[in-house]
Design a protein around this ligand. Structure first.
Ligand SMILES: [Zn+2]
Length: 287
């Protein structure tokens, strides 16, 4: 990837470079960032990369790059919800899906950039998207921008490569330490290890962040189990992928989400840890 002329910091360059596989990028990418402008810049960069005709992509000088840069490329669209609505209607989604099967006008690729995907794509809209993400038309790329990929359906996440523009996501050392403990507990075959590790959730101030960090590590496990790259914790992600099937990891992510909701509802922490321990183990051991 050619970053000259782009104002990305090193961590963003690293995250974007990780997408490059012999000159190709994944067909479905989620860019997670609290900074909308930064996410949009990254999406623009990738769209230029997809349509550029030079050997050193994106060159920023060819006609394709130029049109992409000024958002005037016929094959790169940034669909917005119609009719002043805040979300995409099912009809609009159908039209986008239909459109994606039509060959590009002038480039060798088509790109769709969905801004604020975590707000604008309802569950129904996301579901209508699943089949397309599974078997996308050739040379069609979908880039979903969001503040929190966690808000998207797990089924969408599992079909996309997630790029986190890391520099802005600060996870406290406590939450990271706790989350690693829990994940190690999940991987361990001893019930006692898991139960003990879940005790960290009694530190209420950090519980929410701890669970979302557990989720990020589980997601790395999922990414590695479907052959894409880890973005957060490669080592534990690898251990998860080795130990559990993709289906089990997806279930664990859903379970972690549910427990985050329960914490927000102020559930008794002893009940929560006992329940979580039982559920993680049930998922681990089921056939
Ligand atoms: Zn170019």
């Amino acid at each position: 990837m050619n970053f000259s002329g782009f104002d990305f910091d090193e961590s963003v360059k690293a995250a974007l470079s990780a997408l490059d596989n012999h000159g190709r990028i994944p067909h479905a990418i989620i860019i997670e960032s609290k900074n909308r402008e930064a996410a949009l810049e990254a999406a623009k960069f990738l769209s230029m990369y997809a349509v550029c005709t030079s050997d050193s992509k994106p060159c920023k000088t060819c006609e394709q790059c130029h049109k992409a840069e000024i958002k005037g490329h016929a094959d790169i669209s940034y669909p917005r919800p119609e009719n002043k609505s805040k979300t995409y209607s099912i009809e609009q989604m159908r039209n986008i899906i239909k459109d994606s099967y039509i060959l590009p006008n002038e480039a060798n690729a088509k790109v769709y950039v969905f801004e604020e995907a975590d707000n604008r794509l309802t569950d129904i809209a996301q579901n209508s998207f699943l089949k397309l993400l599974e078997e996308p038309p050739q040379n069609v790329y979908f880039i979903l921008l969001c503040e929190s990929a966690q808000k998207l359906l797990v089924t969408i996440l599992s079909r996309c490569t997630v790029v986190r523009l890391k520099n802005e996501v600060r996870i406290s050392e406590k939450a990271l330490e706790y989350a690693e403990k829990i994940v190690k507990g999940i991987i361990s075959s001893r019930e006692y290890d898991l139960l003990l590790s879940l005790n960290v959730l009694s530190d209420k101030e950090n519980a929410d962040e701890t669970l979302s960090t557990v989720r990020m590590i589980l997601r790395d496990g999922l990414a590695l189990s479907i052959g894409t790259k880890a973005v957060f914790n490669e080592k534990l992600g690898r251990e998860l992928a080795t130990r559990f099937t993709k289906g089990k990891i997806i279930e664990m992510i859903e379970l972690t989400d549910n427990s985050a909701i329960k914490i927000k509802q102020n559930i008794n922490i002893n009940l929560l840890t006992t329940w979580l321990c039982g559920e993680y183990r049930r998922i681990s051991w089921q056939r």
